[in-house]
Design a protein around this ligand. Structure first.
Ligand SMILES: Cc1cc2nc3c(=O)[nH]c(=O)nc-3n(C[C@H](O)[C@H](O)[C@H](O)COP(=O)(O)OP(=O)(O)OC[C@H]3O[C@@H](n4cnc5c(N)ncnc54)[C@H](O)[C@@H]3O)c2cc1C
Length: 382
C-alpha cells in the first residue's frame, strides 16, 4: 500500500491524481491538497474578459473527485519537508510515500512602483471580471496590454488577449476610435520557440493593427497620469491597462529549500524527479533549462504532459514494473485571434539545438478546437 500526496489542484495536480487513480487500485491512497474549493480552466479567462463565459461555467468543484477515490484536502499548505515527505497544512500533518509538487506560479504585483491597483490583472479571476466591466464601458482611447515581468504563464496568452480585445472593440464598431498595444520585455513573442515562431506571432498581432513594443521593461506606473515608464527611457500613455503580472514560485516551495536561482524547482527534464527521493515537481513551479539556454515556458500543456509521466512512473514503480516513461518536451497551443479564427502552434521544445516548432494558419477550425478542448477538459477530469 502506498500513499501519494499531490500538492496543488491546478492542471498538473488534477491530471496526476486522475491518471494515478486509473492505474492504482483503491488500496493505494491518492490525496490532493489544494487551497481553492474549485479548479478553474484558466485559458477561458480570456473569453470571460469579453463576457463570453461566466465564472461558474469554467469552474468545477474539486470535492467531486472524492467519488472516484481521490481524497481532497481543501487547505493551505504551510510547510513541506521533502526529506521526510511530510506536509503541514493549516489544520493537519500529512505524510506520504510519494510527493508530487504541482503548486504552480503566482502573479505578484508588488515590486514595480504604481503597478498594484493601476490596471486589470487578466491572470486572475477577479481582475478579469473587472476588466470585463471596464471593456463594456470603454468607448475610445488606448488599451495597453502590459507584460510586467518575465517569466509569466502561457507565452501566447497576452498576445491572444490583445487580439481578442481588438476583435471585441471592432464588433462594437469602435475600432477607429481605439488603439491596442502590447508592451513586453521580450525581444519577440514566445522567444524560446525561436525567431521564426516569434515573427509569426508578431505577424498575427500586427495583422490586427495591434502595436507590438518589444524590449519595453516597465519600471513604474503612474496611475494618476495613466502613464507607463520603461527601463529604456521611453514612456507610454494608456486609458485602459491590462496587466500580466510578474510571476514567482509559491513561497511555501521556496521556504522548503527546493528552489534554485531565479526561484524555481530544478527537476530532471525526463522524469521530473527533484533532488529528493520519490519527490517530483511538475508544471509552472519547475525550472527546466533547454539547450537554447532558456527555460521551458510555463504552460498548462507541459503541466499536463508531465503529470501523466509522473503518475505513470509512480504507478509502475508501485506495481514493480520497469521501463520509466520520460517527458518528451512536446507542447502545443491554440492562439485565439477573435473574429472567429485561431492559429495553432506546436512542436518539440526539447529538440536540439533549438525547439522545432510549426504554426498552422488562422482558421475557424482551431477556434472551435479550443472550445472543444475546454468542454472536454471540464468533463474529462471531473
Ligand atoms: C489567462 C491565462 C490563459 C492561459 N492559457 C493557456 C493556454 O491556452 N494553454 C496552456 O497550455 N496554458 C495556458 N495558461 C497557463 C496554465 O494555466 C498554467 O501553465 C497551468 O495552470 C500550470 O499548471 P500547474 O499545475 O503547474 O499550476 P496551476 O494550474 O496554477 O495549479 C497550482 C495550484 O496550486 C495551488 N496552491 C499554490 N500554493 C498553495 C498552497 N500554499 N496551499 C494550497 N494550494 C496552493 C493553487 O491554488 C493552484 O490551484 C494560461 C494561463 C492564464 C492565466
Amino acid at each position: 500500500m502506498a500513499d501519494i500526496l499531490i500538492l496543488g489542484g491546478g492542471v498538473g495536480g488534477l491530471v496526476t491524481a486522475n491518471t494515478l487513480r486509473r492505474q492504482l487500485d483503491r488500496r493505494h491512497r491518492i490525496i490532493l491538497v489544494e487551497r481553492q474549493r474549485q479548479h478553474v480552466f484558466t485559458p477561458a479567462f480570456l473569453w470571460m474578459m469579453l463576457g463570453w463565459r461566466e465564472p461558474q461555467e469554467i469552474a468545477r468543484d474539486l470535492a467531486s473527485l472524492e467519488r472516484k477515490g481521490i481524497e481532497v484536502v481543501q487547505d493551505e499548505i504551510r510547510e513541506i519537508d521533502p526529506v521526510a515527505r511530510q506536509v503541514k497544512t493549516e489544520r493537519r500533518t500529512l505524510s506520504a510515500d510519494y510527493l508530487v509538487l504541482a503548486l504552480g506560479a503566482e502573479g505578484s504585483l508588488g515590486g514595480i512602483p504604481g503597478l498594484g491597483g493601476a490596471g486589470h490583472n487578466v491572470y486572475d479571476l477577479e481582475g478579469t471580471l473587472g476588466l470585463r466591466d471596464a471593456l463594456r464601458q470603454f468607448r475610445e482611447g488606448r488599451v495597453a496590454v502590459l507584460i510586467a515581468g518575465l517569466p509569466f504563464r502561457c507565452p501566447a496568452a497576452p498576445y491572444e488577449a490583445a487580439m481578442l480585445i481588438e476583435a471585441f472593440l471592432s464588433r462594437r464598431g469602435l475600432r477607429e476610435r481605439v488603439q491596442v498595444d502590447v508592451y513586453t520585455p521580450e525581444t519577440l513573442p514566445m522567444p524560446v520557440a525561436g525567431r521564426a515562431m516569434g515573427e509569426a506571432v508578431k505577424g498575427l498581432v500586427e495583422s490586427r493593427g495591434v502595436g507590438f513594443h518589444p524590449q519595453h521593461k516597465v519600471v513604474a506606473v503612474d496611475p494618476e497620469r495613466r502613464e507607463l515608464a520603461f527601463e529604456n527611457g521611453t514612456r507610454a500613455g494608456y486609458d485602459l491597462l491590462v496587466v500580466i503580472p510578474p510571476h514567482r514560485c509559491a513561497p511555501v516551495v521556496k521556504e522548503a529549500g527546493l528552489t534554485v536561482e531565479p526561484g524555481w524547482v530544478p527537476v530532471d527534464k525526463g522524469t521530473l524527479q527533484t533532488g529528493h527521493e520519490r519527490v517530483f515537481a511538475i508544471g509552472d513551479t519547475t525550472l527546466i533549462k533547454l539547450p537554447v539556454g532558456l527555460p521551458l515556458p510555463k504552460a498548462g500543456v507541459f503541466a499536463h504532459g508531465q503529470g501523466e509521466v509522473v503518475a505513470e512512473n509512480i504507478a509502475a514503480e508501485i506495481a514493480g514494473r520497469s521501463g520509466a516513461r520520460r517527458f518528451d518536451g512536446f507542447g502545443s497551443c491554440i492562439i485565439d485571434m477573435g473574429h472567429g479564427v485561431a492559429a495553432y502552434a506546436k512542436g518539440n521544445f526539447y529538440a536540439e539545438p533549438a525547439p522545432a516548432m510549426t504554426m498552422r494558419s488562422p482558421s475557424r477550425l482551431w477556434h472551435w478546437g479550443k472550445i472543444y478542448f475546454e468542454k472536454r477538459w471540464l468533463r474529462r477530469w471531473f
